[in-house]
Design a protein around this ligand. Sequence first.
Ligand code: ASP
Length: 331
Amino acid sequence: MEKKILLIGTGGTIASEMSGDGLAPELTAKELLRFVPRIASFCAVDCVQPFSLDSTNMRPENWLAIAAAIRRHYDDYDGFVVTHGTDTMAYTAAALSYLIQRSPKPIVLTGAQKPIWFDSTDSKRNLTDAFLYACRGCGGVQIVFNGKVILGTRARKTFSKSFKAFSSVNYPDLAVLQDEHLLQFIRNEDVDGPLFWDTLDPNVGLLKLIPGMDGAVADYMLRRYDGLVIESFGVGGLPEYGGFYDAVAQAAGQGKVVVMTTQVPNEGSDLTVYRVGGRLKRDLRLLEAYDMTTESAVAKLMWILGQTRDFPAVQRLFYTPVAMDILHPQA
Ligand code: ASP
């Protein structure tokens, strides 16, 4: 039987037109489909358009709106395609992975580096592949882009211009699509849901350390936010100058949640290796992201703090894998 897919348009380059100041999203989901008539030959599509944004302008409330659209229509469709700007797509994919868990139906994000009306565009291929995966692929949240299928909790934008915009971090690609053939390497077996959530705590910050940074910056952010992800160096640690340790100790004592991670793109953190990290890990009430992406660490913290501030519960939720977001054996 023909599959029914819901297309959720949210803007991005794929839907952009040239404005006086540069590209800006204009085309609706329905208009996008007209550029790729092939899609109507293998599935039935309905469209919704909760908003139309350059993804630079997206906020956690937009992630909730996408999740709500999927929840509202979940029983009526076999799969979901979300067209989205590439710039913050990895954050949205991570957030949706926490807001909609164990989905037996595919939830596929896609977009493009060039608008759909450009002569040389990746839009048509990405859109076609996304629909093919929504019809034939596995449940759960994933990004389909440039012929690759990447788990929503593992995606990162690693190229700002070329078609190969996304990489899977610390986890293999799930599948590839070649000439409309799907080669599924890894099957998502966690599909006994769906489970939906509709709250996030958006008051979570991210601090990237640089050598010589003033610890007062960390102190300010720890006061400003309920949870702070700190992207430190290497396998992880805090400078021993500048009052970083005391700032984190004080914040942790006040119930703030700190997650230590690394700005190194691959292989993740291990705070126990060096004194700059070991002391933190031993003495302070903080968490470590291990092999998670920063995007997933941020979204997971928002999801958890939307439910509880009780540290043992926060810790248990953070280290419980969701959609293969964390694999480290010590987590
Ligand atoms: N600035 C655009 C966006 O994220 C870039 C893109 O879609 O590729 O909406």
